[in-house]
Design a protein around this ligand. Sequence first.
Ligand code: AMO
Length: 435
Amino acid sequence: MSAVYRDSGSIAADDGEVTIRGWVQEIRNLGGISFVIIRDRFGTVQVTLPKKKIDPAVFEGLTSVSRESVVYVTGNVKESNQTDLGLELIPSSFKVISPAAVPLPIGVIDKVNAEMDTRLNNRFMDLRKPEIRAVFELKSILFDLIEEAMRELDFTWVNTPKISGSGAEGGSTLFEVDYFGKPAYLAQSPQLHKQMLMSTGLDRVFELGPAFRAEHSNTNRHVTEFQSFDGEMAWIDSQDDIMATLEKIMDYIFRGMARRGGYFLGLLDKKIRIPKRPYPVLTYSECLRMVRERGLDLKDGEDLGTEGEKIIGDIMAEKDRELYWITEYPEDAKPFYIMEKEGTPFSFSFDLDYKGQEISSGGQREHRYDVLTERMRKKDLDPEDFEHYLDAFKYGMPPHGGWGIGVDRLLTKMLDLPNVREGILFPRDVSRLSP
Ligand code: AMO
């Protein structure tokens, strides 16, 4: 007879004989009775071994398997008022499919938490902890929600190249790779390609994919590879159109996470707070004044930086606001593709900050060919290096704008995790290239 497989999520009292597949989480020997806890994706099942009532070979064998080995245990399901499931399995046979070496590199159920570095070196084992795995189940839900929100708003899902002959946004954070003997660069963002698509009639596009930044910053919010959620939309009247769209998307995501994340949020002991709409709009100049009042001496035009963002986050938290816009950055602090606010030193740009951290930036783009090339020159960029990008502006480009969101940052801030690496399965940073 073939095995009837059950997992900890679907096992029932009237199942009769079943086979459970999982990892041996724990073995407790109490003399006359032993317990082996088997863990699978959905939780744990207790295998109960009353010494006198079961085959001695099964008793000896199963209670001496090393922790974290993969086993198949066959037995009868019985009701029990001693276990969380209200069930236990009385084994008749078992197989060790893959024994675990001893000692384990890190514990799975031990209370003492290993250092982040040790955990990341042994990520496969770290992920056996349900609360660590829960973060990635939630990330998967987050991606689903983004996709749904974008479809709802009539955006087309696109993919742009991650390797290119010229640097996307320029600057010093490019990774150079050897492309058949010629230099090529990993994409810092889909910026140039998503803008080029605005000249095609695709009108509203989004992309979910990796972005690479040769960031030397060893902080808890910078990694060298992150997941970027980019959107770009044409025929806008002003950047208000982009902000209104992004606000709808964010609201959909927050509500969806609160609704669908329930079980996994429970494992993390977290509740998602849905930010109140409309999200408050602060200007860069107001923020500068606010941080100065709290003693941080920033110069005009200077980036708010980690510390400045944190102060604004604290002030907004006092007003019970967690998600807010910061607009009107000085144009010289923004990339060449951002539109200047004529007659002022400012630009049509925004950041979206969440609990004291930037999670997104975007704005209205300069779509006028002459003004765009002029702006490039002002920033010491050579328009000839952007020939293919600029071609898309020479033959009819609608007004457009968009945003880029760091998905890992959004997720970790939603869950109040202390480090963006907690939201990435196998993070990459200045000092980490493996596993
Ligand atoms: P920006 O460079 O601000 O904008 O990046 C957008 C968002 O991406 C995330 N992010 C990062 N996350 C983790 N580690 C990093 N090193 C890192 N760098 C950036 C942040 C940030 O807000 N092209 C523009 C977007 C646009 O205008 O459409 C851009 O890339 O959450």
